[in-house]
Write a protein that binds this ligand. Structure first.
Ligand code: KG4
Ligand code: ZN
Length: 349
């Protein structure tokens, strides 16, 4: 079984071919950083137009590298949402056309489920597991009970975690995309240089809040009273911010472990960290610490499968296809699509 995956929900135009034995035959990703850099963030209209311009070539390249043709495929999976609707529409329409012409099963995949299952592709993780989904638009803790069954333990009540990284990077003039810029600047900074809040820490539950932390960083920058920060100052603030985020994640995961153990007392917990922010190595080290404390294992896919990619979409489609599922071709792209809502294929069937 071989599946082609397409991902166009944000600023990566991506196509990948994945086989049932978890081999990634190709994983093409064209990032639109240059298109969006002048604006310091993703501009939806520009993203949609760029997907339209590049997607065909990216798909052809993914098939070529995988050394397969459309006839060799068992199905085609595409991000059906959530995401920027223009980009999602470009991907969905392309996938529908290919599926229709080549008489292939079509699977509209929830982008978040792609992230959620990425550790099954990279590490063959078995259900159930605890899932920390940390990306540009999301920050959630869930129990992945089985394929299509995701129980949300908590989520952000204001900003998403990646958004907090991106806005902080912008404030510190570290450039775009912000997450990797903060991680890199923080390497030479002192994480204790600023006293920053750890929002919701010590409170019950698994919700997150990042807006207070963002404001505290802004106030610290204003207090310095400078037009331009020195690279040492920016590094110290980046390190302090990243350390605060790590503490928040550790605190929230501690509560999530309790929930997991209540649900599955006999099972040694596995914490899967997925999504773009999970590619941050400093945060991974912190999560590893909290896992050790709770006799749990941390599994994080390689960074290339954490940030947006089409291999995770192909894999999620493959898992649903193996389950005998497919999506009706009348599927409409979904700008919002909560993961806990259920199976990827369930919309518009
Ligand atoms: O999963 P993803 O590629 O796209 C979404 O589905 O949102 O996540 C993108 C987010 C961006 O906010 C980016 O700044 C953040 O992930 N990110 C990171 C790192 N690499 C990407 N955040 C912190 N550290 C990183 N190394
Ligand atoms: Zn994503």
């Amino acid at each position: 079984m071989i599946v082609l995956g397409i991902e166009t929900s944000c600023d990566e135009t991506a196509a990948a071919v994945v086989a049932v034995d978890r081999t990634i035959l190709s994983n093409e990703i064209l990032s639109q950083f240059e298109e969006h850099r002048p604006y310091g963030g993703v501009v939806p209209e520009i993203a949609a137009r760029a997907h339209l311009e590049y997607l065909n070539a990216v798909i052809i390249k993914a098939l070529k590298i995988a050394n397969v043709s459309f006839q060799d495929l068992s199905g085609i999976g595409v991000t059906g949402g959530p995401g920027l609707i223009g980009g999602v529409t470009v991907g969905v329409m392309t996938a529908k056309a290919i599926a229709d012409v080549h008489k292939l099963p079509f699977l509209a995949i929830n982008h978040l489920e792609g992230h959620a299952l990425s550790a099954r592709l990279s590490h063959g993780v078995t259900f159930p597991y605890l899932l920390l989904l940390v990306s540009g638009g999301h920050c959630q803790l869930l129990i992945a009970r089985e394929l299509g069954q995701y129980e949300k333990l908590g989520g952000t009540i204001d900003d998403a975690i990646g958004e907090a990284f991106d806005k902080t990077a912008k404030l510190l003039d570290l450039g775009y995309p912000g997450g990797p810029a903060i991680e890199s600047a923080a390497k030479t900074g002192n994480p204790q240089s600023l006293t920053l809040p750890r929002p919701l820490s010590g409170r019950p539950g698994c919700d997150f809040s990042f807006s207070g932390l963002k404001t505290a960083v802004r106030n610290s920058v204003v207090k310095l009273g400078k037009n331009k920060l020195s690279s040492d100052e920016a590094a110290d603030i980046a390190a302090s911010f990243q350390c605060a985020v790590a503490d928040v994640l550790k605190d929230r995961c501690t509560n999530a472990f309790k929930e997991f153990t209540k649900a599955f007392p006999e099972i040694r917990p596995v914490l899967v960290a997925a999504g773009g922010v999970a590619s941050n190595l400093y945060l991974r080290d912190s999560l590893r610490e909290v896992c050790t404390m709770h006799k749990a294992d941390l599994i994080a896919p390689p960074p290339i499968l954490c940030t947006d990619n089409a291999a995770m979409i192909a894999w999620a489609a493959l898992e649903h296809l193996q389950n005998g599922e497919k999506t009706n071709l009348n599927f409409s792209p979904r700008p919002r699509w909560p993961l806990e809502e259920g199976k990827s294929y369930s919309a518009n069937l």
